[in-house]
Design a protein around this ligand. Structure first.
Ligand code: ZN
Length: 433
């Protein structure tokens, strides 16, 4: 929705510049054309503005950069003051690209200054016909191209996906889709295979990043998991199975994204430090000190502090049934207190070696109705499925998104269709197909 609004802003701005130029040429007799030549002259119209690029240099300010670009101090102050209601120019980062626009002719007057606030956002301060500087921030339209990737696991999902050319962020996105079904720390097998279709975003022909994964599949030890993003026009979309069931569970499979199980749940175990037989009522994940630890579900912190041989410990109560405990932490996430609410996947602390521990690891425990159980053996309940009233439109989206998946491959990237924002907006609102 807001993408379409940006497009309109852009069009309005473009329209405004055109209007401005036609006014100027009418008020300047030397610029009027003989009737007969008018069309040809318009076709070969000279550039409307002279555009001079500059950059806000490291260790410099917008003021100094504009001085260097030849603007006089009084004009710079006017521009900075005018911009202030929409953006504080003293906060523009060094390295920011910017442009100055002078009228091409006749007076070569300064008309406009533009800053690239981000890859997408532009700040323009433009002189209107009443000689006032008017600021505006607008977003460039984003073009979307659909790209697909596929691969076969030889050692890890990470390795096969980077081999296919996926960025770390995109690999993370893929792993997150199936985080409830597959524990990528310990359930990945050689010959597992995966495929996906994702939006790649472009501005003015330059790739600026990855958008949403529309559909993905992961085959783990012969079991196939499929995920379809829905609804496409919502900020609050989730991945569903083709039958409309949710891929999400009330709890994540693991409190660690990467890290391996070094010791499982055992009713009896010889303790490596205490040298006695003692049950191991949790799962140990070995990982370097400082590795983030995530809450496996929504909940409230009920304990945060030192707990003898367990070192720094966090306990989270998820509901009247489930409770999780995280031990030997190096530290806690900032701002976390007893009573804080946490969301699923939120970083709550960092792997450490506090208390009685032979190396950095997380000791993780799950209690169901107060009784400690093996978290690797519990089947967690699923989150809500697609609501009944949306099932029909979900099935359309699902069959389309799944048809965009590439053939099972050996680690390839494939470019599919590209479309612009207007078409995308139409697709989102379901007016096409
Ligand atoms: Zn342990």
């Amino acid at each position: 929705m807001h993408k379409r609004q940006n497009l309109i802003t852009f069009a309005a701005l473009f329209g405004f510049s055109t209007f401005f130029v036609s006014c100027t040429s009418q008020s300047t007799p030397s610029e009027t054309f003989a009737n007969a030549d008018q069309e040809a002259a318009i076709a070969e119209a000279p550039p409307l503005f002279l555009k001079t690029p500059f950059q806000v240099e490291q260790n410099s300010t917008v003021y100094n950069s504009l001085r260097q670009a030849g603007l006089n101090p009084a004009v710079i102050h006017e521009i900075v003051n005018a911009a202030n209601p929409v953006h504080n120019l003293s906060r523009v980062r060094p390295g920011t690209e910017a442009w100055i626009y002078h009228e091409a002719h006749p007076l070569k007057e300064l008309r406009k200054v533009k800053f690239a606030l981000s890859k997408r956002d532009r700040l323009v301060i433009e002189l209107n016909d009443e000689a006032q500087w008017i600021p505006e921030i607008y977003s460039l339209p984003v073009d979307i191209q659909l790209v697909s990737f596929s691969g076969v696991v030889e050692s890890s999902l990470w390795e096969s996906a980077s081999q296919a050319g996926m960025s770390p962020l995109l690999i993370d996105q893929l792993a997150n889709i199936f985080a409830w079904e597959v524990d990528f720390n310990r359930e990945v097998r050689v010959h597992d295979r995966w495929r996906l279709t994702v939006e790649q975003e472009f501005i003015e022909g330059e790739p600026i990043g990855w958008g949403r994964i529309l559909s993905a599949e992961y085959e783990n030890s012969g079991r196939l998991f499929s995920g379809v993003l829905f609804p496409l026009d919502s900020e609050n979309a989730h991945y569903y199975r083709p039958d409309g069931g949710s891929l999400r569970k009330v709890f994540l499979k693991s409190p660690m994204k990467f890290g391996r199980v070094t010791s499982g749940f055992q009713r009896n175990r010889f303790h490596p430090i205490l040298k006695v037989n003692r049950p191991h009522h949790g799962v140990d994940y070995g990982a370097p000190t400082g590795t983030p630890v995530h809450s496996i579900g929504e909940g409230k912190v009920t304990y945060r502090g030192w707990n003898g041989g367990s070192g720094n410990t966090l306990v989270i109560r998820h509901n009247s049934v489930y409770e999780t405990t995280y031990r030997h932490l190096h530290g806690y996430a900032g701002g976390l207190r007893v009573g804080s609410t946490v969301s699923q996947g939120q970083t709550i602390g960092y792997v450490g070696q506090t208390g009685l521990a032979t190396g950095p690891h997380l000791h993780f425990e799950l209690r169901v109705n107060g009784r400690v159980v093996d978290p690797l053996r519990v089947e967690f309940p699923s989150a809500d499925p697609v609501p009944q009233k949306l099932l029909e439109s979900f099935q359309e989206v699902a069959s389309h998104s799944l048809s965009l998946l590439p053939a099972w491959g050996q680690g390839e990237r494939e470019n599919l269709v590209s479309f612009n924002q207007t078409e995308l907006a139409a697709k989102d609102s379901g007016t096409q197909e």
